[in-house]
Ligand binder design. Structure first.
Ligand code: FES
Length: 230
């Protein structure tokens, strides 16, 4: 994966926002769907000039979204980080297929639904001796924003997408909701005690305030109908 600039970092502020440093590019991406309404790709809809340092709302109630306006303090936001510091390897379970292994860390799911096509990624894996099924499995696994899924070839290792080190504000127009902050390209993230989470190419951070696995997204933004109105 692309190496992020060494100055780039994200810190979770206790019961407050995400403090971002190092000129991390900020973009807005929509989940693109096909005629059947299935998630099939990403569409960039905005590039925001956020500067070298900025603070992104984590409670979901800022009037200046995606930026923090201090509302978390007024509302008494409880941003307790309930996620542990286990590595992806410790959180995931393997699903074996012909010549491939799919790792699945269910707890990290951000409900972007790229894995639903053709009967579901977990079923496609069993058919990976068919090149078309294998290609589709690779596409689905690498489109997954949270990195819940990692597909690996037995001989050559994991497939990881090349991602610009950046933060993407995820929008999910087919469900009419806004999703997580998609942290891309291996930008380091520290918890509110300054302890680093495992650096990964794909990570989704909750920005609606409702996740049960803070600071990571768990898909709760869909249940709550979270919207980043612009
Ligand atoms: S943004 Fe997904 S659970 Fe909060």
């Amino acid at each position: 994966m692309d190496k992020p600039d060494a100055r780039m970092r994200i810190s979770v502020v206790e019961d407050g926002p995400y403090a971002v440093r190092g000129g991390v590019p900020l973009v807005r991406l929509e989940i693109a769907t096909n005629q059947e309404g299935e998630s099939v790709g990403w569409r960039e809809v905005e590039r925001i000039d956020a500067g070298d340092r900025y603070r992104l709302c984590r409670c979901g109630h800022s009037a200046e979204k995606p930026f923090c306006d201090g509302t978390h303090a007024v509302e008494g936001f409880d941003g307790t980080e309930t996620a542990g510091h286990e590595s992806y390897a410790e959180q995931s379970v393997p699903i074996e297929g012909p010549g491939v292994r799919l790792s699945d860390a269910r707890r990290l799911c951000a409900e972007a639904r790229f894995c639903d096509r053709a009967g579901g990624l977990w079923n496609l894996i069993e058919r990976c001796d068919d090149p078309d099924a294998r290609d589709l499995a690779e596409e689905q696994a690498t489109l997954c924003p949270s990195g819940r899924y990692v597909l690996a070839d037995e001989a050559t290792g994991p497939f990881e997408p090349e991602l610009e080190p950046s933060i993407a504000l995820v929008e999910d127009p087919s469900l009419g909701v806004s999703g997580p902050l998609w942290v891309r390209g291996g930008i380091p993230i520290k918890d509110s005690d300054g302890v680093a989470y495992e650096v990964r190419n794909r990570v989704t951070l909750c920005r609606c305030g409702a996740s049960g696995n803070k600071p990571f997204c768990d898909g709760s933004h869909i249940k709550t109908g979270f919207r980043d109105e612009r």
